[in-house]
Design a binder for this molecule. Structure first.
Ligand SMILES: Nc1nc2c(c(=O)[nH]1)N[C@H]1C(S)=C(S)[C@@H](COP(=O)(O)O)O[C@H]1N2
Ligand SMILES: [Mo]
Length: 197
């Protein structure tokens, strides 16, 4: 009945409860990019949402920073099986960005500087589940990790968290993005092991 090993066991269970099936923990932050890292000037940066009727609204860097920012403390899970616990981000919730946009869309396509795309159901973007983030660990996000801004949808596998995001286009019907056309799951819930088709 050594209290030390009881405590250790309890902590391990707690951590394991946060690890989806088939995932392992990592403490570093791997970089996974399908192409080169775009170098973006925030003066030129825009973020736009286009609804399914083709109407759009967009924010400059300064306009974006006039929106309410939130601190996000979350675990992230990559389909290549690493999970990282307790990551800290800062950004604007998609709820805030979508406020005032009337839509019946089923899904959104995230578009990125550099050409990457990924599709996410609207239900997974609203309700405090997704953000456009500009800070990681109290500093601007490194370009390799998606700076100046990336989408963060931490309850889905990390390929849905589009780096260098430049906008969302709202889709009446869900469509596959870059990895989804190449065999990745349309939804990507790590807890259901939604990895590939
Ligand atoms: N624009 C863009 N976003 C992207 C990717 C990419 O190649 N391009 N890779 C995705 C994948 S597969 C993963 S696992 C995460 C990796 O993010 P990280 O490099 O910050 O770890 O970004 C996702 N977002
Ligand atoms: Mo990934």
């Amino acid at each position: 009945m050594a209290p030390v090993s009881r405590g250790f066991g309890a902590r391990r269970r707690e951590t394991n409860d946060r690890l989806p099936p088939g995932q392992y923990l990592t403490t570093d932050f791997p970089v996974l990019s399908a192409g080169p890292t775009p170098r973006l000037d925030t003066v030129e940066w825009r973020f736009a949402i286009r609804d399914e009727r083709g109407e759009s609204r967009s924010w400059t860097w300064d306009e974006f920073h006039a929106l309410p920012f939130e601190d996000i403390h979350t675990d992230i899970h990559c389909v290549t099986r690493w999970s990282k616990l307790d990551t800290r981000w800062r950004g604007v919730s998609v709820d805030t960005l979508m406020a005032g946009i009337e839509t019946d869309a089923e899904a959104a396509m995230a578009h990125c500087y550099g050409g990457y795309t990924t599709n996410v159901p609207i239900a997974d973007l609203l309700g405090g589940k997704a953000w456009v983030v500009t800070e990681f660990d109290g500093a601007p996000i490194d370009p390799e990790h998606g700076g100046p801004a990336r989408l963060l949808v931490p309850h889905l596998n990390f390929w849905k968290s589009a780096k260098w995001v430049r906008g969302l286009s709202l889709l009446r019907r869900d469509e596959p993005g870059f990895w989804e056309q190449n065999g990745y799951n349309m939804h990507g819930d790590p807890w259901r092991e939604e990895r590939y088709w």
